[in-house]
Design a protein around this ligand. Structure first.
Ligand code: PAF
Length: 183
């Protein structure tokens, strides 16, 4: 069983994860949950792109066996108070600017691993620090899942595909292109 954890708004980057999972597993589950715990105050939780109908169609076309769309209550039942904190790796770089973000990511990933019990889980190399945090959590807590990392998918102008690219003005997009150029 392979799990592709996502927050929806599927694009070619997600489809690459689905394809990798499809090749390596008998059964592929994709989860779709916009995880409030990884959004800081003033971040884009409310306006994060959501289109479940479109995502369902793309998941079907990609041969996903189960699209798991949990309710917030299932993930965070009343009285929820247990968190996974990958201390050093989660508080540097992006973590320094987004306090609590990687705590939210590590916690939801462990929760999804426990609910779905995958043998392998798929993440994009684009979120390199997320990959490092999840790998460390899996190693430190002896979680029985293999973390598979799939190469970044880029747009024609070199920018890594991301659901949040939709927020960029053309000037911001031009500035963001400094990243692939520098890489
Ligand atoms: O990369 C994402 O979309 C999210 O951080 C993840 C891994 C699905 C956890 O909510």
């Amino acid at each position: 069983l392979g799990l592709v954890p996502t927050m929806g708004a599927f694009h070619e980057g997600h489809l690459a994860l689905f394809r990798a999972a499809r090749v390596e597993n008998e059964v592929v589950v994709a989860s779709l949950f916009v995880n409030p715990a990884q959004f800081g105050e003033g971040e884009d939780l409310e306006r994060y792109p959501r289109d479940e109908e479109h995502d369902t169609r793309l998941a079907e076309e990609a041969g996903i066996d189960v699209l798991y769309v949990p309710d917030a209550e299932e993930i965070y039942p009343p009285g929820f108070e247990t968190w996974v904190d990958v201390e050093r790796l989660g508080s540097m770089l992006e973590g320094e600017h987004r306090p609590g973000h990687f705590r939210g990511v590590a916690t939801i990933c462990l929760k999804l691993f426990n609910l779905v019990r995958p043998r392998r889980a798929y993440f994009g190399q684009k979120d390199a620090q997320q990959v490092a945090v999840v790998r460390r959590m899996v190693r430190d807590l002896a979680v029985p899942v293999e973390i598979r990392v799939v190469p970044t998918v880029r747009d024609g102008d070199g920018l890594a595909l991301s659901s949040r690219n939709a927020y960029l003005s053309s000037e911001e997009r031009e500035r963001a292109r400094a990243l692939p150029r520098a890489l």
